[in-house]
Design a protein around this ligand. Sequence first.
Ligand code: MG
Ligand code: MG
Length: 265
Amino acid sequence: MIFLKTDDEIELLRQSNLLVGKTLAEIAKVIKPGVTTKELDKVAEEFIRDNGAVPTFKGFPNPNGAPFPASICTSVNEQVVHGIPGDVVLKDGDIVSVDCGTYMNGFCGDSAYTFCVGEVAEDVRNLLKVTKEALYIGIQNAVQGKRLGDIGYAIQQHCESNSYGVVREFVGHGIGKDMHEDPQVPNYGKRGYGTLLKKGLCIAIEPMITLGNRQIVMEQDGWTVRTKDRKCAAHFEHTIAVGAAGADILSSFDFVEEVLGDKAI
Ligand code: MG
Ligand code: MG
């Protein structure tokens, strides 16, 4: 069931999502060669709780195993999504996708950004650039009167025209009082097909794009998703509200990119 949000609810969603953006910026400040993903998680959890919110991911149930043990997902290189922070030491040339969720004032925030660690190879940087572009191209289609397939089609076209793989097994989602609400928001689709977009529909759009082919496998931990060919993957996510004239982006990369400066993708 799809819950359309009122303007007041959208403002609450914005507050939660801006906190996610600020949390990602705190993480951006400490990402460098030598840092562990567990340290990034600690920074995130403290910042979220200090701001009166709860990290939504912590304890998130897994139908096939243990609940998620951390406050953020950290997916390094060939890991696509849902990587568990741990003792992995980030090294020069790595990329790390950080996905963050907050719960505040009854509403959820959800946004993700893929960071470079030190100097990253040009082909991998381009994967990040195109994935982020695809996110914004998808958002441009999140307008009242269009359909969900228009968003997926736009993302898929942009990525596949750059010869990248579009992961299909994991998708974006409606968001509100729950982190995952209806509808599902695939990163592929057909123009003019799928759910009609109405003002007040709030969704997380999150392309997961691979340098090689789009096949993925699940690691033994029951959470971490990686590419089968072990080539790199990127993940950028915004929470948005569909509007009559365009989408209202409720999360923000501004805080992150202020920290990254001219190193931003
Ligand atoms: Mg997310
Ligand atoms: Mg999401």
